[in-house]
Ligand binder design. Structure first.
Ligand SMILES: C[S@@+](CC[C@H](N)C(=O)[O-])C[C@H]1O[C@@H](n2cnc3c(N)ncnc32)[C@H](O)[C@@H]1O
Length: 270
């Protein structure tokens, strides 16, 4: 989570970040121009871009030798992510939503629910796709950087999607909202004996740096379970069900599955 050696969160900001966003982020991060991750507004798109700054240690020795051979670190390409909902993948999913397994997974009695709470909205791909199908989305994001990036990208859309977007921990806020379905897509747990680390997509690598591991996903699930709603949890095939609770049924698709939990039946008091 953009953590420095002292364990505090550090972030560099570009000059063009509006004061209101800088003040908001300063509540959660130490703003330091030398931090290895920088958030700035992309001039072309008007959307936020987060990028990794790979600096070469400017030692006297390195300067004297003129770095004849680039070091391994200098050869690495820096990670970056620009969040623009008008581009690429977002538009594709919007135009071809019928191919989306998530659509099938969230249907109740073969119909899409009118409202869904997305308690792990991330970069909003799933929410935008569902909103594009007419579902009213209540999205609650707790990561300050993602929140600022997504809010800006939403504001750049010509047509405002049907998404109420809030900042905060869904564990604290869920009970304030009502919907027949709560959708959870926490970061995937790491594989045991993973050799696939290098294959993780660059966007995902950036998210790992920004968000961390969502290691409290079980708590969020337990809070969601206390609401009277159906819960759909996106999981990789290799992982056990969240909080080790067996789902009511599973919607399977390739390497991903959607574990569906019917609302807990509340027994009438005798
Ligand atoms: C893997 S991403 C979700 C990706 C998302 N489904 C999409 O389509 O872009 C998980 C996100 O859930 C957020 N998150 C995890 N636990 C949360 C909580 N308790 N409250 C709010 N947001 C949470 C993380 O900050 C992260 O942005």
């Amino acid at each position: 989570m953009l953590t420095n050696e002292q364990g505090s969160h550090e972030l560099a900001l570009g000059d063009n970040v509006p004061d209101s966003d800088a003040e908001f982020l300063a509540q959660y991060y130490t703003l330091n121009p030398q931090a290895p991750w920088r958030l700035s507004l992309d001039v072309e798109s008007g959307c936020y871009r987060i990028e990794q700054i790979l600096s070469e240690p400017a030692t006297e020795m390195a300067q004297t030798l003129k770095m004849a051979k680039p070091s391994k670190r200098a050869k690495q390409s820096a990670l970056s992510l620009t969040l623009d909902f008008r581009a690429g993948h977002y538009q594709h999913r919007h135009i071809h939503p019928s191919k989306e397994p998530l659509i099938q997974a969230v249907k109740i009695k073969k119909k899409l629910p009118e409202r869904i709470i997305d308690a792990t909205p991330g970069v909003l791909k799933d929410s935008l796709m569902l909103a594009g199908r007419g579902v009213h989305i209540i999205a609650i994001e707790r990561n300050p950087i993602l929140f600022v990036m997504v809010r800006q990208a939403l504001a750049r859309l010509p047509d405002c999607p049907n998404i109420d977007y809030y900042f905060g921990d869904a564990c604290d806020l869920l009970a304030q909202y009502e919907a027949p379905l709560i959708y959870l897509d926490p970061m995937y747990p790491p594989r045991a004996n993973s050799k696939k680390g290098a294959q993780v997509k660059k966007d995902m690598q950036v998210l790992h740096h920004i968000i961390g591991a969502d290691s409290d996903a079980g708590t969020l699930f337990t809070v969601a379970r206390a609401q009277r709603a159906r819960i759909v949890v996106k999981r990789p095939n290799y992982a056990d069900p969240i909080a080790d609770e067996t789902p009511s049924f599973v919607s399977q698709t390739g390497t991903t599955r959607f574990d569906v939990y019917l609302p807990a039946v509340v027994k009438p008091t005798p």
